[in-house]
Design a protein around this ligand. Structure first.
Ligand SMILES: Nc1ncnc2c1ncn2[C@@H]1O[C@H](COP(=O)(O)OP(=O)(O)O)[C@@H](O)[C@H]1O
Ligand SMILES: [Mg+2]
Length: 260
C-alpha cells in the first residue's frame, strides 16, 4: 500500500481537486483506492458524490478498537472508497492530543487498511497541527501543489525548514505546479527559476483549465465527464509520473552510543 497526501499550508491551490483526480486514475487501473478526507470542508467527499457524514464522528474513527470497514464508504466509481469528512473533523487535533503518542495515530490506523488497499490519498486541510504531523509520519509522499509565485516558493521553503527542524524525512516532499497560466510572465519566470535553482519539482504541471473548474459543478473527477480535456490530460501525465514512485528506504543514521 502506498500513501500519498495532498498538502499545502495555503488554501485554494488544488489539493482537493488533485486528490480526487489521482485517486480516480489509480482506481481506474484496477487498484483498490481509498480517499481519506481529513478536511472539515469535506471537498473530496463532496466531489466523490458522498454525503459529508462520518459515522460516529472523528472521535469514533480514532478509537483503537474501531474497525475501518464500518467507516469506509464505497463510491459510484469502481475500486474507489472514501473515509468521509464531516463537521466533527474540525476537532481532529483536539481528539488526537488525547492520545499518548498523538503524532502516530494515523500510521497505526492505516496499518489496518494495508491488506485492503493499494493506494491511499489523504486530502489535508491548510493547517499545521497534530493531524498534519500525523500525515507527515504516515504518508509515503506528500504532494505539494503550488501556484507559481514567489509567495508559494516562500511557503514551500518554510515547509522544508519545518521538516528539517522536526526531523521529518524531507525526501517525502514532492512539489508540483498547479493553476499554471502560461500567458502570465510571473508563472513562467517562477517555474523557470525554481528549476534553475535545481529545486526538486515534478516535470508535470497542471494548467489553469475551465474543465478542471467544472468539477465542482459536475461533482465528479474530471476523467468521469471530460476525459479528453486539457485538464484530464495534465492529470494523466501527473499520475504517470507518480505511479512509478517507489517507497523510500529509511535514511541511514549514525548509530547512537547506546546502540554501538
Ligand atoms: N487546474 C485548475 N484550473 C482551474 N480551476 C482549478 C484548478 N485546480 C483547482 N481549481 C479550482 O480552484 C478552487 C480551489 O481548488 P481546491 O482543489 O479546492 O483547492 P484546495 O483543496 O487546495 O483548497 C476550486 O474552485 C477548483 O475548482
Ligand atoms: Mg481542499
Amino acid at each position: 500500500m502506498k500513501t500519498f497526501a495532498l498538502y499545502n499550508l495555503k488554501g485554494g491551490v488544488g489539493k482537493t481537486t488533485t486528490c480526487v483526480n489521482l485517486a480516480y486514475l489509480a482506481a481506474s487501473e484496477g487498484h483498490r483506492t481509498l480517499v481519506w478526507d481529513i478536511d472539515p470542508q469535506g471537498g473530496a467527499t463532496y466531489l466523490l458524490g458522498k454525503k459529508t457524514k462520518l459515522k460516529g464522528g472523528i472521535h469514533k474513527l480514532l478509537q483503537p478498537n474501531t474497525k475501518l470497514p464500518r467507516i469506509i464508504k464505497p463510491t459510484i466509481y469502481d475500486n474507489t472508497y472514501v473515509i468521509p469528512s464531516d463537521i466533527s473533523t474540525r476537532e481532529l487535533d483536539v481528539v488526537l492530543n488525547e492520545f499518548k503518542r498523538p503524532n502516530h495515530r494515523f500510521k497505526k490506523l492505516l496499518k489496518g487498511a494495508k491488506r485492503d488497499f493499494n493506494y491511499v490519498f489523504i486530502d489535508c486541510p491548510p493547517s499545521l497541527g497534530t493531524a498534519i504531523e500525523n500525515v507527515f509520519h504516515a504518508a509515503d509522499f506528500i504532494l505539494v501543489p503550488m501556484i507559481p509565485s514567489r509567495l508559494s516558493e516562500h511557503a514551500y521553503g518554510r515547509l522544508c525548514d519545518f521538516f528539517e527542524s522536526q526531523g521529518y524525512d524531507s525526501r517525502k516532499l514532492v512539489p508540483f505546479f498547479t493553476l499554471v497560466d502560461e500567458r502570465k510572465r510571473i508563472h513562467k519566470d517562477t517555474i523557470k527559476q525554481f528549476r534553475k535553482d535545481k529545486r526538486k519539482v515534478l516535470r508535470s504541471s497542471i494548467p489553469y483549465a475551465a474543465s478542471v473548474e467544472r468539477m465542482s459543478q459536475e461533482r465528479a473527477p474530471i476523467h468521469a465527464f471530460a476525459p479528453k480535456s486539457k485538464g484530464a490530460f495534465a492529470y494523466r501525465n501527473l499520475w504517470q509520473e507518480l505511479k512509478w514512485f517507489r517507497k523510500l528506504k529509511p535514511l541511514w543514521q549514525f548509530p547512537t552510543q547506546e546502540a554501538s
